[in-house]
Design a protein around this ligand. Structure first.
Ligand code: SF4
Length: 627
């Protein structure tokens, strides 16, 4: 029997007076944990008499090792996991430090760093965290384990259990769900409970259960919670999630800001506030995505069922409240995907707050220019777009539901609006072929004026569509990444399916195949940096409008800039194609010019790399020169 949500209320006779929530290294140091902030705010409202502390030991670690070094480590999973891996399993240190040095050699900031010194520095900070808390006064300790936090959480759990063996430990977060949650609990006896999916309701039930005078077995199983007593009977644990996000109070980041205030003055900074509009991904359940699996490589949504989002006024009020309370203006939306229908209204209302916000968000490349303009007006200065590929054929294999010309459109629009587009291009995707690479290379020739994409090698995520249907993607076998076998003892590695998987398949072929793209991406980065390094940050490809003529300026890498003049209808057609259009539509729009003139003009523009063409659709690449 389990408690209905309405019964999850504070119990006046509760034995539970205090709980502690912990987010361990290595998330971004410059943001409080949204997982902890949201849980704390929700639990405070549910249990007014309960003291809830949210510990952010990662901020103390960042202060100690230095922000640059911390950032470089937190940027790479294996660097991050190896530090505390060596602390939990010192007998494995020799193998683990090899992982560290191999990964560190790719980062200029980490070259020369001594692994032994680093782990002892981190260990001392974490030991102090454990020493500074009176664990005996605490009734429950909870860990949010997300990317890069596995070994550090396990290390702290062990330390805390040594001090206070009877203290119940609950873990949750995006690193484990479903069957993996059972595997984790079986392998680490220090863990008493695992929450599957979002934490608000399960944690509330657990608090009620632990706080009750008789921890009755009748209360088990608790939806969304795996208790140690139940781990041998693996069942489908399921989720227990809020029906609506509208009742969530704004996250509580007080504890993070308290730590920040306690840092040495020269170490203090203005953090970014994480905010949340939605949970899940609407693209997964969109009718156009017939397989309903979401993008083939993505496993970001394993901890949620469906897509929920807050209403507009709540989001706006929350951001207003958080920025006022914490006196900082930088806000990052943590959503996998903002809601498509509501976002414009959200950004329009945020602009109405009359605060100089600095916003970051992740969006799909189908986002319209008007939407981008609303985002810009509200203060969005940086975005990550789900670009992933510059070949439509490959985008189909990735189940992205987008095309190369849509990706080029949003790259162009970001350039025009001055929004920094920090997006990725995935290489080595299983089953990609020579045609995908050729299409990519062709598109890259036109993408040079825009901010370069970051190269990301495909990695196999547990629970992603490729992982589920690995044979369908041409792979022969999937298994834990071999680094887990170095970090963890063999019995643990055999019993848990970890988040990062490896595979046997076409990787050797893929590495060879994508070599020219890697080279071209490097050239892109070099030329973009070089051209912008020469002075102003004005666009590489821009135009000035003379009302009935247009002057296009095309800056080039280590060569003089070219200029082109378009007069009369040529100007009009070029401006019309700032939004990509089909040839048919263009011809219909310019009946006097006629197809016999429009088509050769567009071909000439494509040859000069001033217009991008795909399947008879045309996109003008030059953006208005800044005034
Ligand atoms: S990559 Fe983004 S859009 Fe695609 S399934 Fe994942 S969250 Fe959704």
């Amino acid at each position: 029997m389990s408690l209905p949500a309405s019964e999850i209320r504070s119990n006046p006779g509760s034995r539970l007076k205090r709980i502690i929530l912990i987010s361990t290294p290595w998330p971004l140091y410059s943001r409080p944990s949204i997982q902890l902030g949201s849980l704390k705010a929700y639990l405070n409202a549910q249990f007014p008499g309960l003291e809830i502390r949210a510990l952010h030991p990662y901020l103390k670690v960042a202060e100690e090792v230095g922000y640059e070094i911390y950032s470089a480590i937190s940027d790479r999973t294996w660097l991050a996991e190896s530090v505390c891996g060596a602390l939990i399993f010192p007998e494995r240190k020799r193998g683990i430090e090899k992982i560290f040095y191999r990964e560190a050699s790719r980062s200029a900031k980490l070259r020369g760093l001594h692994f032994g010194a680093l782990i002892s520095q981190v260990g001392q900070v974490l030991e102090k965290v454990v020493r500074d808390v009176d664990w005996t006064s605490c009734g429950l300790v909870g860990f949010s384990i997300c990317l890069c936090q596995l070994t550090s959480s396990l290390y702290l759990i062990k330390q805390i259990k040594q001090c206070c063996p009877g203290l119940p430990v609950v873990v949750g977060g995006s690193m484990f769900s479903g069957g993996q949650a059972y595997e984790l609990a079986r392998s680490f006896p220090e863990i008493d409970y695992v929450v599957n999916g979002e934490g608000e309701l399960p944690l509330s039930r657990l608090i009620r259960y632990i706080g009750s005078t008789k921890q009755s077995d009748k209360l088990l199983p608790m939806p969304g919670v795996i208790a140690r007593k139940e781990i041998e009977v693996e069942d489908s644990v399921g989720f227990d999630q809020l029906e609506s996000l509208n009742d969530l109070p704004p996250p509580d980041y007080d504890d993070y800001f308290d730590v920040l205030k306690s840092l040495r003055p020269e170490k203090r900074f203005f953090p970014t506030l994480p905010a949340e509009v939605s949970r899940g991904c609407w693209w997964k359940s969109t009718p156009g995505n017939s397989k309903h699996t979401g993008c083939a490589f993505c496993n970001l949504n394993l901890q949620w069922d469906g897509y929920r989002f807050k209403n507009v006024s709540q989001v706006v009020a929350e951001i207003d409240c958080l920025t006022t309370k914490y006196r900082t203006l930088s806000v990052a939306f943590m959503d996998n995907l903002l809601p498509s229908g509501k976002s414009k209204e959200i950004f329009s209302q945020l602009a109405g707050l009359e605060k100089d916000l600095r916003l970051f968000a992740e969006i799909r490349s189908t986002t319209s220019r008007t939407m981008l303009m609303a985002m810009k007006k509200a203060g969005t200065h940086k975005i990550q777009v789900g670009i992933e590929a510059l070949s439509t054929k490959l985008l189909r294999k990735l189940h992205k539901g987008t095309t190369a010309i849509q990706n080029m459109q949003i790259m162009r629009d970001c350039e025009e609006l001055g929004i920094s587009n920090n997006s990725n291009i995935i290489i080595h995707f299983p089953g990609s072929d020579a045609e995908d690479v050729d299409e990519t290379l062709r598109t890259l020739d036109f993408a040079f004026p825009f901010r370069p994409l970051r190269l990301v090698r495909f990695w196999l995520g547990l629970g992603s569509p490729v992982w589920h249907d690995f044979r369908g993607f041409g792979l022969k076998a999937v298994f834990n990444h071999r680094n887990y076998g170095i970090l963890f003892p063999p019995e643990v590695c055999r019993s848990i399916s970890f988040m990062i998987q490896s595979y046997r398949g076409d990787l050797g072929y893929q590495r060879k195949l994508w070599q020219p793209v890697k080279k071209r991406l490097l050239e892109w980065k070099k030329s973009y940096t070089d051209i912008h390094g020469r002075g102003t940050r004005s666009p590489i490809l821009s135009f000035l409008d003379g009302r009935d003529f247009l002057i296009i300026r095309q800056k080039r890498y280590r060569a003089e800039a070219l200029t082109h003049r378009l007069v009369g209808p040529s100007r009009a057609i070029y401006l019309f194609c700032q939004q990509h259009r089909s040839l048919k539509h263009i011809v219909e729009h310019f009946p006097k010019t006629g197809a016999d003139k429009v088509a050769p003009f567009l071909k000439m523009m494509v040859d000069k790399k001033l217009v991008y063409e795909e399947n008879d659709r045309y996109l003008s690449l030059a953006v208005p020169a800044p005034k």
